[in-house]
Design a protein around this ligand. Structure first.
Ligand code: GLC
Length: 458
């Protein structure tokens, strides 16, 4: 087999976005056979998944330049104006364009994106990447710079203040993260909560002083931990308890807080979920548990310790027992199961790119190796990581590093997938690095635990 690491680097290098001779990031993909749309932009989330490859490859300066470039794009508008990004928001993506006096960077905060979706997750990816940079390089000067400290404070104010709700989870609109199309992921999607948790941990570590913001972040961390453990975790015992719950309870001290009807438990869950296994639900809110399995949120929860040790083991048991479904021949499945038939039509708005077992709706994404690797290390399941990496090596390069795969059982490069997709290479490179040296997972792990706070009010 050719040296795939060298080959992945060769392809990733072609995607570099440069300005004045310095690399600031990578384009989402380098594929001249398809319409570019915004795939020639550097996406914050896509680069965040490539960042560890650069950090572990002696190129921490690239990550540093990316972090400074993006924080300088943070929205500063103090007045509340419509059609302008709120203070603290970071763009989804940017690209160099010719300006009046030389090249300038043009950023998209969602105002140009398909369906005008807001990139809630960019602020979290930035914070997580700043922390990974600090751990890998040992350079604390960057995080301590006033512009980064002010960036952290703005982000914390944006996400900790201002909500109609009293819950520790974050309420977000449809398509505001990696799944940036209509997929029924509005509300309190797990992936956003896991990124939020991880970013708060990073902020707690990196913030110097902070006008009570650090205390607010810590309290939120403890409450978020308690809330997710209590309401998102699903296993056989939890399902049995749910089936006994009575609806329409009012007042304090009730059990069925969210008024979930047992009849909403889908048929597939019982057969699919083995004993000794479990996972975190995709979304929880009023009258709603989304029972679909979302890989990224589950894996990040294990890595950042939003899930405890026993949950981490149960999740990896699920991966082992349902390997064919969740990993298969093209690691890894983004969401399981797919929305089909009438549910697909109603929930996605008949989105043909998100047809059943395609793209976000049950497709498989190599970039998820980025999240699988530290989670497998955290749960002590290196053999599963080995298996996933070796499976990816069978085909990723041969098939030109597709953005995603379509198909329920026999995956094929996605119908509308780009080739030479940067985060497919970045995810692979990081997973390989973790396999060779599990200490590489420390970029996204913490030695201490967050102790959940007992709910004072429900
Ligand atoms: C698609 C994906 C999004 C990604 C972008 C660039 O819009 O849904 O998650 O960031 O492409 O790769």
């Amino acid at each position: 087999m050719p040296d795939l690491t060298a080959r992945a680097w060769e392809c990733l290098n072609r995607a570099r976005v440069t300005l004045n001779g310095r690399t600031l990031g990578v384009r989402a993909s380098v594929d001249d056979t398809r319409e570019k749309l915004n795939y020639d932009h550097c996406f914050v989330r896509d680069f965040a998944m490539c960042a560890p490859a650069f950090l572990l490859h002696g190129e921490s300066g690239v990550v540093r330049d990316f972090l400074l470039t993006t924080i300088r794009m943070q929205a500063h508008t103090r007045r509340l104006r419509t059609f302008e990004p709120r203070e603290g928001i970071l763009p989804a993506s940017f690209r160099p364009v010719p300006g009046e006096s030389g090249t300038v960077l043009d950023a998209d905060y969602g105002e140009e994106s398909i369906a005008r979706v807001t990139p809630i997750d960019s602020v979290f990816w930035w914070m997580i990447t700043l922390r990974a940079y600090t751990v890998a390089s040992g350079d604390t000067e960057l995080a301590n710079r006033e512009e980064c400290q002010e960036g952290i404070r703005r982000i914390l104010r944006l996400v900790l203040e201002g909500s109609f709700e009293m819950f520790p989870t974050l309420l977000v609109p449809e398509g505001s993260f990696m799944i940036d199309r209509r997929m029924g992921v509005y509300g309190h999607p797990l992936e956003v909560q896991a990124l939020f948790f991880m970013a708060l941990r990073a902020a707690d570590e990196l913030l110097v002083g902070g006008d009570g913001l650090r205390e607010a972040a810590r309290e939120r961390l403890r409450n978020l931990r308690m809330h997710v453990a209590r309401f998102y975790w699903i296993d056989k015992d939890g399902l049995a308890r749910l089936r006994e719950e009575t609806p329409d309870q009012f007042g304090e001290g009730v059990v069925n807080i969210y008024n979930v009807f047992p009849e909403s438990i889908p048929d597939w869950v019982d057969d699919w979920l083995p004993d000794g296994a479990g996972y975190l639900a995709g979304n929880v809110g009023a009258g709603r548990i989304d029972f679909r399995f979302f890989a990224q949120g589950n894996l990040l929860a294990v890595t950042a310790d939003l899930a405890d040790d026993s949950e981490a083991h149960s999740l990896m048991n699920l991966y082992e027992a349902r390997w064919r479904t969740l990993v298969g021949e093209a690691p890894l499945r983004l969401v399981y199961p797919a929305l089909e038939g009438e549910a697909w039509r109603v929930v996605t708005g008949a989105d043909t790119k998100n047809g059943p077992w395609q793209y976000h709706n049950g497709g498989s994404w190599p970039c998820l190796l980025w999240a699988f690797a530290p989670a497998a290390v955290a749960a002590g399941r290196m053999e599963l990581l080995k298996r996933a990496v070796e499976t990816a090596e069978e085909r990723l390069d041969r098939e030109d590093w597709p953005e995603y795969y379509d198909g329920r059982n026999e995956p094929r490069p996605g119908n509308r997938a780009r080739s030479f997709q940067s985060w497919s290479m970045g995810g692979y490179l990081y997973a390989r690095a973790c396999l060779e040296d599990p200490a590489a997972a420390d970029l996204y792990r913490w030695a201490e635990r967050v102790t959940p706070e007992e709910a004072t009010r429900t």
